[in-house]
Write a protein that binds this ligand. Structure first.
Ligand code: PMP
Length: 359
């Protein structure tokens, strides 16, 4: 019997139709990889030492990663039960969506935003409701509030928003929370929080005491430079996090990953000084691009958004050819991570040539 004669296994059609998570194009050795919002700095020696010392590979890790949760709890002034960790904040997003939404339910978020949201919602069986970003590329929170109905189970707010770099202000967020039903889970995805310099931006952790339906998501992948080890954390009310823990694949934070996260908190000041370097490089690049004539929203993550519209693929190809591997979102724009200084200089030179060709 040839494989084509075999009856096909019955899979969920919506999952079969779902493309797998798409990673940025791999960079060749000579190119700059600016497609995944990674941290360009090498890990600090003490973090590498902590990973090298975590050698009990024959043992399972502590399922609840208590040592790491206690460190995070102390840092944010909450109890360790109000902290949940997972293999990247994307895993926590999946758990939270599964905990609150299923077939017949809706999950609401702004679009364009983090490209993993639609897939995670489909996997849960719920339906995505995408509210278009405003013309300034930021969330339209009043429109999002207006889109809430009886079927809505989760709202995701992303600040800074990937890929546009925009923030939600504290005032906008409070006005939004004032009209959101108290039994509706709101996830504030702050994967890039540490790069924010705008004084009016929302900051999730201090709001937890005020909103019992809020969960704040953060990650060690970006500011702390541990993308390869996969550690994210959620801060929020115990009943919501307990439900997320129940949907989790057990034991997802490995011993070395947990050790690296704790070691990173030990040298946080040094890591945040690096974040400051990236934020300054970002602001200088944004100013230079603005004076070239680009109309780019104020970037508050570790990346820039080039609104290249229909010419997105063409411009991205031009950047690839010049050794800059960026993330293209045809037909909206291009996201460029702020990496090495040399990469930013190269971007600025090419951007000066391109801007004249845009409508
Ligand atoms: N949220 C946003 C907005 C992101 O951009 C990302 C990573 N690109 C994540 C969550 C997930 O990051 P991680 O799983 O590495 O913590």
């Amino acid at each position: 019997m040839s494989p084509s004669d075999l009856p096909s296994v019955r899979l969920r059609p919506e999952i079969v139709a779902l493309p797998a998570y798409r990673q940025g194009k791999p960079a060749d050795a000579a190119a700059f990889k600016l497609s995944s919002n990674e941290n360009p700095f090498d890990p600090l020696p003490s973090v590498i030492e902590a990973v090298n010392a975590a050698t009990a590979f024959n043992r399972y890790p502590d399922a609840s990663a208590l040592a790491l949760r206690e460190r995070l709890a102390a840092r944010f002034g909450v109890s360790s039960d109000e902290v949940h960790v997972g293999s990247g904040s994307v895993a926590l997003l999946a758990q939270l969506i599964l905990a609150a939404a299923g077939p017949g339910d809706e999950v609401l978020y702004s679009w364009r935003s983090f490209e993993a949201y639609p897939g995670l919602v489909t996997v849960s069986g719920a339906t995505s409701v995408q509210v278009p970003n405003r013309a300034n590329h930021g969330h339209d929170l009043p429109e999002m509030a207006a889109a809430i109905n009886d079927r809505t189970r989760v709202v995701i707010v992303c600040s800074p928003n990937n890929p546009t770099g925009t923030i939600v202000t504290a005032e906008e967020f409070d006005a939004f929370m004032a009209v959101v039903p108290k039994d509706l889970l709101v996830i504030l995805d702050e994967a890039y929080a540490e790069f924010v310099t705008a004084p009016d931006a929302v900051k999730g952790p201090p709001l937890l005491a005020r909103y019992p339906n809020l969960v704040v998501l953060r990650t060690f992948s970006k500011a702390y430079g541990l993308a390869g080890l996969r550690v994210g954390y959620a801060l929020g009310p115990v009943p919501i996090l307990d439900a997320a823990r129940s949907t989790a694949i057990p034991l997802s934070v490995t011993g070395p990953a947990g050790a690296a996260a704790i070691a990173s908190l030990d040298v946080e000041r040094e890591l945040l000084a690096r974040v400051e370097v990236i934020a300054e490089r970002r602001d200088a690049a944004w100013q230079a691009l603005t004076s070239q004539g680009w109309n780019i929203p104020n970037p508050q993550g570790n990346f820039l958004w080039l609104p290249t519209g229909e010419q997105t693929t063409e411009v991205a190809d031009r950047l690839f050819a010049a050794g800059l591997v960026v993330r293209a979102f045809q037909p909206d724009g291009i996201r460029v991570s702020i990496g090495e200084g040399e990469a930013v200089e190269k971007l600025l030179r090419i951007a000066a040539d391109i801007v004249g060709d845009l409508p």
